[in-house]
Write a protein that binds this ligand. Structure first.
Ligand code: DTR
Ligand code: CA
Ligand code: ZN
Ligand code: ZN
Length: 449
């Protein structure tokens, strides 16, 4: 089904976090309106977003079988600098070329040998809003690397092929990547990001990383980085009733770090490596407590037998949901509103309270005339001090206290020069009642970019 581009909305629709304590992560990346479950997100993916297809597990596993055959025919591995790696690249590239992608083979040198990154662009979409997904294709030298990271590579490949099968015409430009020499220190992805012109880097609205997504004793971990990407994954898993945990050992340990270090919003999925599954985790996810998520991590037994099909299938489908949701949403525009309508009680003559609005998927800094709409219900508003806190914690005073201002409620729009602040991140409204008697609450507040 081809969606004429004209039918995709131009404006990012207003989104309001009705009950959420933390505001909806609203941004050019995430098109879905607040959804309680993946079905909701899938069925009513919000203005412009479309529901993703199921990614066939058989298709993903067929790629793993190919990776295994390649390793078997090339000294037992697919490591950087070895013939098995280039053969893996050639396999993936062949599939993508046949599916209509524009592929680019990027070479680099590490420890005296040539490495390769494979980049595949899906033609169309807003070239200034690039949604990327990637996985490292190299294994360690001790084995075939089927879970680490054939699983991520195959899931990203089959999702890209699903984009082609659907002849998707997303609002944003989709780019997929397979990295070399991750096992030697994120070498390929660092090379890609570091050699990307700054202007091109700024166009990447988000990067999604899949590294080990089919572990035999799986956990379901979601990277806690970009709120919009994290929400897309959490919505999907909530929709199938599977709890997730925040990925805590990932910072710096896979290719998303190369993008995060360049200030690009990142997210990803992970099913665990050598850490041991706890009893509590086994209760919620099944599997074996006291056993590593992947006992064959970096070992010769990391073969096609070292995969949990359910985990691989779920993560492939979750990735597709994220790509369809984030890629087919509206592009951020001036005038985009980011709002939190959750009530926050203000203690009388007490500690300050805050309310958060998460912004992501935008590029560059906030505007010089950032509008801050405040609605605080409170008798004798002179008791109140109100500040805007930027993502880095910088405070902008909006309202001072006053012993003479006995009127009720603070309903106002302030304009702040926030041009020195990055647009993406968690912005907070801070309110403190600094005088005894009279109470109230934050009713709602919003940022207009
Ligand atoms: N460094 C990855 C495996 C790995 C370990 N912890 C995490 C967390 C998030 C993603 C990946 C990983 C590798 O060996 O390829
Ligand atoms: Ca599936
Ligand atoms: Zn590894
Ligand atoms: Zn890996």
């Amino acid at each position: 089904m081809t969606i004429p581009r004209s039918s995709l909305p131009r404006r990012a629709p207003r989104r309001t976090a009705a009950a959420a304590v933390v505001a909806v992560a609203v941004a050019g990346l995430l098109a879905a309106s607040p959804a309680s479950s993946a079905e909701d997100a899938g069925d009513r993916a919000g203005a412009g977003a479309q529901a993703a297809p199921d990614i066939p597990l058989a298709g993903v596993k067929a790629h793993l079988t190919q990776f295994q055959s390649i390793a078997n025919a090339n000294g037992g591995n697919r490591a950087h600098g070895r013939t098995g790696y280039k053969a893996s690249i050639d396999y993936v590239r062949g599939k993508l070329d046949a599916a209509g992608f524009v592929t680019t083979l990027q070479q680099f040198t590490y420890s005296g040998t040539t490495g390769y990154n494979l980049i595949a662009d899906w033609p169309g979409g807003d070239a200034n809003q690039v949604v990327m997904a990637g996985a490292h294709l190299d294994s360690v030298s001790s084995g075939a690397g089927i879970n680490d990271n054939g699983s991520g590579s195959a899931a990203v490949l089959e999702t890209a092929l699903a984009v082609s099968r659907a002849q998707l015409q997303p609002a944003k430009h989709l780019r997929f990547a397979w990295w070399g020499a991750e096992e030697l220190g994120l070498v390929g992805s660092k090379h890609y990001v570091n050699t990307l012109p700054t202007t091109e880097r700024a166009k990447i609205a988000g990067y999604i990383n899949l590294d080990m997504v089919g572990s035999p004793n799986p956990g379901y971990f979601v990277y806690d980085d970009d709120p919009a990407i994290e929400k897309a994954f959490k919505d999907w898993y909530a929709g199938i009733g599977v709890p997730t945990e925040i990925e805590t050992e990932g910072d710096g340990r896979s290719d998303h770090a190369s993008f995060k270090n360049a200030g690009i919003p990142v997210g990803g999925l992970f099913t665990g490596a050598s850490r041991v599954k706890t009893a509590a985790q086994a209760t919620k996810w099944g599997g074996t407590a006291g056993q590593a998520f992947d006992r064959c991590y970096h070992s010769s037994c990391d073969t096609t037998s070292n995969i949990n099909d359910t985990a691989l299938d779920r993560n492939s489908d979750a990735l597709a949901h994220a790509i369809w949701t984030l890629g087919t949403g509206a592009t951020p525009e001036p005038g985009d509103v980011y709002e939190n309508t959750a009530d926050v009680a203000i203690p009388d003559n007490g500690a300050a309270v805050t309310s958060t609005v998460a912004v992501s998927g935008r590029t560059g800094n906030a505007p010089a005339a950032l509008r801050v709409g405040v609605d605080v219900k409170h008798t004798w508003r002179g008791d109140l001090v109100v500040d805007l806190l930027a993502p880095d914690g910088t405070a902008y005073r909006l309202k001072n206290s006053s012993s003479s201002d006995s009127a009720d409620n603070v309903v106002a729009t302030y304009t702040v020069d926030a041009s020195s602040e990055t647009a993406n991140g968690s912005w907070r409204l801070r309110v403190q009642d600094v005088a005894a008697q009279d109470t109230g609450y934050i009713d709602s507040w919003k940022l207009t970019f």
